[in-house]
Design a protein. Structure first.
Length: 376
């Protein structure tokens, strides 16, 4: 069996889609249950990484090779914008192509398509995105509903959300359990170089700075907490969209000396933050899965997170769930963690134990079974 696997978003600026492709692709390569796994460095006409020609998975496997790296977006879009019959003809002997970046191939006569569904944000909460992103993602999901042979979703919440919109065959869908890319000892943690040496006890939030992540609500709650606790807030996330004045909001709330934004933390630095924070906060208004939550769980963080969308499905009872729009409830939850050390420790242990239930090898096993079902 020959599989084409999309790794187009796994570069240095990767977010949720890229981390999923990076980790799932690595687990599939290690399993080596296919004849050949061709990793596509570009995929589709929407997404473009100018450094795509150097994208690789962090594994050495005899079944993996790389293809379709391009020097410019025009050439990449030209290839992927062709009719399905022509794409199929130019990818000889391919049995399955697996999309991971919202884009969906046109229907092909013989090659099967597996589509990874990340979330339905652009349908449910279009205000959290930009117009170009809404158009690209909505088109990709709609095309997948029409053309994909199988859809894998990152959570039951996301899958049910999709089925509310599209009458897709329920025998051709599955949920794959995502996992943390960090294990307890997989990476040597390093204190971030840009974290001031005077920063002591701190709360942590991780994620792209955009409205969906509810950083305004986080700052509102933290402003109250900072009056009664000697604590700092560290936000690790790249600037996204629709929040260009975020630093101005921090200043306006009088928090410039209590809030640190790390826009480019390495994996080693991020691990250090998870392992050393007083608590991890995820107050997002919408998630398809919530990768930072499972990462924080794997590092034993006591967690306060939103009781919305997929987050309760991931966190279970291993943390405190709150209404992300209710600052008072957030303050009460975090205040308890700050004051009750034994409770904080118990939550950290529970988080790590729950994280152990999520493994990339399990996800890879489910996907391999799907591949075999499509191509017996």
């Amino acid at each position: 069996m020959k599989i084409g696997f999309d790794i187009s978003q796994t570069g240095n600026g990767k977010a949720g889609c890229g981390f999923l492709a990076y980790s799932l692709g690595s687990a599939l390569a290690v399993a080596q249950e296919m004849e050949e796994m061709v990793c596509f460095r570009t995929f589709g006409s929407d997404w473009w990484d100018p450094e795509n020609q150097w994208l690789t998975l962090p594994v050495s496997s005899s079944v993996v090779r790389y293809a379709l790296g391009y020097e410019n977006h025009r050439d990449a879009a030209g290839f992927w914008g062709q009719p399905g019959e022509l794409i199929e003809a130019m990818l000889p002997d391919m049995d399955i192509i697996h999309s991971n970046n919202f884009w969906c191939l046109p229907r092909m006569p013989r090659v099967k398509q597996v589509y990874t569904l990340h979330d339905m944000t652009v349908f449910e909460c279009p205000e959290y995105s930009t117009e170009p992103n809404r158009i690209a993602c909505a088109n990709g999901v709609a095309r997948a509903a029409a053309w994909a042979d199988f859809i894998v979703a990152n959570s039951r919440f996301t899958l049910d959300n999709f089925l509310d919109y599209f009458p897709f065959d329920k025998h051709r869908v599955a949920v794959i359990p995502l996992a943390s890319r960090f294990t307890a000892n997989s990476i040597d943690a390093v204190r971030p170089k840009l974290l001031h040496s005077k920063v002591g006890r701190f709360l942590l939030s991780v994620g792209t700075i955009e409205p969906r992540k509810n950083y305004d609500g986080l700052l509102e709650a933290f402003q109250v907490l900072s009056r009664s606790h000697d604590v700092h807030l560290v936000i690790a996330g790249r600037p996204g969209w629709n929040m260009p004045e975020f630093q101005s909001v921090v200043i306006a709330r009088g928090l410039i000396n209590r809030v640190t934004c790390l826009y480019a933390a390495s994996d080693e630095e991020l691990c250090w933050l998870y392992r050393n924070c007083a608590a991890f906060l995820c107050l997002s208004l919408w998630e398809g899965f919530g990768m930072p939550v499972i990462e924080a769980m794997s590092q034993g963080c006591p967690i306060v997170a939103s009781a919305v969308s997929s987050i309760p499905e991931v966190l279970g009872h291993a943390g405190i769930l709150v209404d992300p729009t209710h600052a008072e409830g957030i303050v009460v939850a975090v205040d308890r963690l700050m004051r009750d050390s034994p409770y904080c420790t118990r939550l950290g242990i529970a988080a790590r134990e729950r994280a152990n239930l999520f493994e990339w090898s399990t996800a890879a096993g489910i996907v391999n079974d799907i591949y075999r079902e499509l191509v017996p």
